[in-house]
Design a protein around this ligand. Structure first.
Ligand code: NDP
Ligand code: 8X3
Length: 250
């Protein structure tokens, strides 16, 4: 029987690339995001390969999260794979200059949003005694970099939650994995710099960053291991990146 995956943040970057590869492999998809037009267009594109259902909710809104997931039609209600991907950085300022709105956004989306979605999906996985949760962390969740303060804290929280989920779900047939990318060229920096595309594009100049498809392939590899194999925690950087702060730029 075909597996069903729910991907948060499917309208862009890593989530969208993951949806594309999952669709090509025949995985049934529940695509989530807030930008309806993008969800609609992606659904049309991917329905050539698989069955697709779209859910529009803000992961910060727990009522929307639970209503959307609890009211999935029966055909999509058994979720085998959850990709907790929705997230972003907001701002890049020293802690003393940081905006409280940016801090709230990062903690509410990257940490609490991930928890709400997981809480809504876990009961079904527990009932069936199977499932796979992929948490998208970051190298920023392993090592703090200058001005990254709250974004790094949010991704360190994802790292802790990934470990906590794996411990608490041990013996229940549910795999838990963190994929921790370094710099990936997506809309991430555009969001971080609030639509300043010039500043955003500079982040990826002078070296060859990872592309969203690189991460999507790793997620596909992770979900296709034999039943007894769980990739617990995987960090991936481009050749030119050595750590959160060391990037070989020409
Ligand atoms: P993008 O900005 O390209 O994509 C972010 C996705 O998250 C979008 O689909 C967006 O959808 C969704 N999203 C953002 N806020 C919300 C919200 N409040 N509710 C629902 N969905 C939301 O960035 P990436 O693809 O790069 O980021 C994906 C994940 O990868 C994030 O968790 C990020 O932290 C992580 N990551 C990124 C790296 C990078 O260098 N790019 C490196 C390491 C980790 P919409 O706006 O339609 O809601
Ligand atoms: C995104 C990677 O280094 O741009 O999580 O913060 S970085």
């Amino acid at each position: 029987m075909k597996k069903t995956a729910l991907i948060t943040g499917a309208t862009s970057g890593i989530g969208k690339a993951t949806a594309q590869i999952f669709a090509e492999k025949g995985i049934r998809l529940i695509l989530c995001g807030r930008r309806q037009e993008r969800l609609d267009n992606l659904a049309v594109e991917l329905q050539k390969h698989t069955e697709v259902y779209i859910l529009n909710f803000d992961v910060r809104n727990k009522i929307q999260v639970f209503e959307s997931i609890n009211n999935l039609s029966e055909a999509f209600s058994e979720i085998d794979i959850l990709v907790n991907n929705a997230g972003n950085a907001h701002g890049l300022d020293p802690i003393q200059d940081g905006s409280i709105e940016d801090w709230d956004a990062m903690l509410d989306i990257n940490v609490k949003g991930l928890l709400y979605v997981t809480k809504a999906i876990l009961p079904g996985m527990l009932k069936r005694g199977s499932g796979h949760i992929i948490n998208i962390g970051s190298t920023a969740g392993k090592e703090v970099y200058p001005n990254g303060n709250v974004y790094c804290a949010s991704k360190h929280a994802v790292d802790a939650l990934n470990q906590g989920m794996r411990i608490d779900l041990n013996g229940k047939g549910i795999k838990v994995a963190a994929i921790n990318p370094g710099m990936v060229e997506t809309e991430f920096s555009e969001v971080r710099f609030k639509g300043d595309t010039k500043r955003a594009s500079k982040v990826y100049q002078g070296f060859t960053p990872l592309q969203p498809e690189d991460i999507a392939e790793i997620i596909w590899f992770t979900v296709t291991r034999p039943p007894h194999v769980n990739i617990a925690d995987l960090t991936v950087m481009c050749l030119d990146q050595a750590s959160s702060t060391i990037v070989n730029k020409q």
